[in-house]
Design a protein around this ligand. Sequence first.
Ligand SMILES: [Cu+2]
Length: 177
Amino acid sequence: MMMTFRSVQTKINIILGWIFGILHHELKRLILSLLSQCQGGQGLNKTRLLGLIVFMVSASLLLSACGPKSVILDVEMKEFAFIPDRFTVPAGAKVTLKLKNTGALEHEFVIMVFGKEATLPFNEDDEANIYWEAELDARENAIVEFTAPSEPGEYQVVCGTPGHLEQNMKGVLVVTP
Ligand SMILES: [Cu+2]
């Protein structure tokens, strides 16, 4: 299941890289053509260039103000705890989760859906109530992303590796409005 998730992530990254590559190329062309016009020494073009820069800066400020919030969380996993074990994110935010498994066992970062708590033992019944999950091998580090739930409240986080919830390996994701 996680392999599928990772290969989808990889594909998205490749597509994003491709899009940014094109955007970057187009921006470079635009700047070069504007610069060559300036070197023509026409005052009018400089005014237009200034206008364009002001427009682009305002547009990017507007976009960053209106766009989704983003948060970075650093979480260590080991036997048998999440450190820290309480994380706060705004509703709908883009969350970059920097996971570090410093333990000698595989650990999972599983967020349960709102109002659902994992039961012992963690099994297929609980799998149906997963909002999002990541899985790390022993000593593995990973940077993963997910979108925070839109419903504010407290979400249970557990380790889905068999036997770990029994060792109280859990945390809380607090989603603020
Ligand atoms: Cu674990």
